[in-house]
Design a protein around this ligand. Structure first.
Ligand SMILES: Cc1cc2nc3c(=O)[nH]c(=O)nc-3n(C[C@H](O)[C@H](O)[C@H](O)COP(=O)(O)OP(=O)(O)OC[C@H]3O[C@@H](n4cnc5c(N)ncnc54)[C@H](O)[C@@H]3O)c2cc1C
Length: 504
């Protein structure tokens, strides 16, 4: 039977999640597909987690508009979705007198973009606020609306809210091509079969160019992956309360030294254009560049405090802006193109895409309405999503009450981050079930501490096997092909539940 929808959304990063949530407010059948085994596995999984104020995007660009509007939407978002978000403000730190003019330029851009609450501070004041900084600091642009968020929580919460409001999410489902009727898109071909729809929304991130080219749109547009590498420091060894940017370069906002909502300091990212859209591996040269860049801001950094490294890939587009000299500020594409019917096209959503995602979703709705789509609000749409209990954030009394109610909250599985079995079980049975180790990591923060999963992984693997009713050998880190276990070892030659007849 032909599956007919009103909207199909391709891609489940922060942008797809916000679009799904915004559209779930209206009547209509919505299918949302993601090629990976979980949501939030693309650019949204590995970034700096800053809700940018909007002073570095070029005035007059769609990017600047989405940045400033998106930033303003995060307070309500955080309240409705019960997600952590802190407006701590951020600093662009000038080191040496020669960097000071760059602050004036950023201030001018911010004013042109309508960023409220910016101020230029003297070097002494900056050092008084953060004595960890380089003593050669000459001044800083302080933007009070800058914030920090948890991109994993934000994506999950928006996605969950969309699903609870009726959006059908299909994981492991890869878009392959459009089904056309003349110049009208009527559906999509995927690795899981055909699905028909009146509208298709492209939020495929790194592959957004591939998707739009299949529709014959913007053949000149292409994505260039720009890798950014990071260090994570142990919060027990080094803490910082602020977000520190250097003055930006032509190709990036520069290497930050910043706190996260979890209290860890992160250093990075650098910006390296590469060819392979899947190569998020760390490199010696990249890590050296990040370390040197970070030490320029905070000279006292100690490599002994590093507990993890990671890298993310920016889906950099080539849509022109008023200033071709600034590479990192190519524009976002957010449009309903004239050349085909039934297509909402989003492309080049690199930084500040996380910040901008709610504004992009809002713009998608406006574009659809402008195209004559009679979006009718549901009477029972619920914007509220409640987070599940996070054991380590509860008071002793609350913890005791939770254990009384459900003893699985009394069993600590991840010792570094204090994550309980109860939290893991809750995520495996949530509206968007966690079915892999990394999916649990993104939802509960397990495995992110000093031991990096060394202690919890065996037990988490067992829990996933038991709860999902799958063999231990089928439990994966992040989907098919990333199984932890190849075969039983100590049971060699013993036929039993773990060893098949063939393997004995
Ligand atoms: C190093 C780095 C630092 C950054 N720092 C910040 C920051 O501090 N603040 C900020 O605002 N922004 C930041 N960004 C930018 C931000 O992370 C991205 O703009 C944002 O995450 C993009 O979201 P997305 O949903 O468009 O893409 P993604 O998260 O990549 O999601 C796209 C999804 O589409 C899926 N997909 C692709 N092709 C198909 C297909 N054929 N079929 C089905 N599914 C498909 C992918 O699997 C993926 O899950 C940073 C990015 C990087 C890499």
């Amino acid at each position: 039977m032909q599956e007919q929808y009103d909207f199909i959304i391709i891609g489940a990063g922060i942008v797809g999640s916000m679009v799904a949530r915004w559209l779930s407010r209206y009547e209509g059948r919505i299918l949302w597909i993601e090629k990976e085994a979980d949501i939030c596995m693309g650019a949204t999984a590995a970034n700096t987690a800053i809700v940018h104020a909007g002073y570095d995007t070029l005035p007059g660009t769609v990017k600047a508009e989405m940045n400033v509007r998106g930033n303003a939407m995060w307070d309500q978002l955080s309240e409705e979705l019960d997600i952590p978000f802190e407006r701590r403000g951020d600093y662009v730190v000038a080191v040496g007198e020669e960097e000071l003019p760059a602050l004036d330029e950023l201030m001018r851009r911010g004013e042109a973009n309508g960023v409220p609450g910016m101020k230029i501070l003297e070097g002494e004041e900056v050092l008084r606020r953060d004595p960890n900084l380089n003593p050669k600091v000459s001044g800083a642009l302080w933007a009070t609306t800058g914030g920090i968020c948890d991109p994993w929580q934000a994506t999950l919460a928006a996605a969950e809210n969309a699903v609870v409001n009726g959006v059908e999410l299909r994981l492991n489902t890869e878009f392959e091509d459009f089904i056309m009727d003349g110049d009208r898109i009527v559906g999509i071909q995927t690795n899981q079969g055909e699905f028909y729809s009146r509208w298709v929304i492209n939020s495929a991130g790194m592959y957004s160019d591939v998707v739009m080219h299949k529709a014959g749109i913007r053949p000149e547009f292409f994505i260039t992956p720009r890798r950014g590498e990071y260090y994570v420091l142990d919060r027990a060894d080094f803490t910082l309360n602020n977000v520190h940017f250097p003055v930006p370069s032509r190709i990036s906002k520069g290497i930050l030294v910043t706190t996260t909502l979890h209290g860890n300091t992160i250093l990075g990212p650098n910006a390296e254009e590469i060819e392979d859209r899947t190569n998020a591996a760390n490199t010696v040269t990249g890590l050296e560049e990040v370390w040197e860049g970070a030490k320029k801001l905070v000279p006292g950094l100690n490599p002994k405090h590093v507990i993890a490294i990671f890298a993310g890939l920016r889906p950099g587009g080539n849509a022109p802006t008023p200033d071709p000299e600034i590479d990192y500020s190519k524009d976002f594409i957010i449009e309903i193109p004239d050349a085909v019917q039934g297509f909402v096209n989003l492309g080049g959503i690199e930084s500040p895409g996380l910040t901008s995602a709610p504004a992009i979703a809002e713009r998608v709705v406006t574009l659809l309405q402008g195209a004559g789509e009679p979006l009718k609000e549901k009477t029972d749409w619920n914007p509220i999503r409640k987070a599940r209990p996070v054991f380590r954030h509860l008071s002793k009394d609350e913890q005791a009450a939770l254990i009384e109610e459900d003893p699985s909250y009394g069993r600590i599985i991840c010792r570094c981050e204090y994550v309980t079995e109860g939290e893991i079980l809750a995520e495996i049975h949530a509206p968007i079930p966690a079915t892999t180790y990394d999916a649990l990591k993104r939802r509960t923060w397990l495995g992110t501490g000093r031991c990096q999963g060394g202690f919890d992984m065996p037990r988490v693997t067992e829990i996933l096997s038991e709860e999902l009713g799958i063999d231990l050998l089928e439990v994966t880190k992040k989907g098919a092909g990333s199984e932890f276990l190849a075969r039983p070892t100590k049971l060699v030659g013993v036929k039993g539940p773990l060893l098949s007849e063939k393997e004995v």
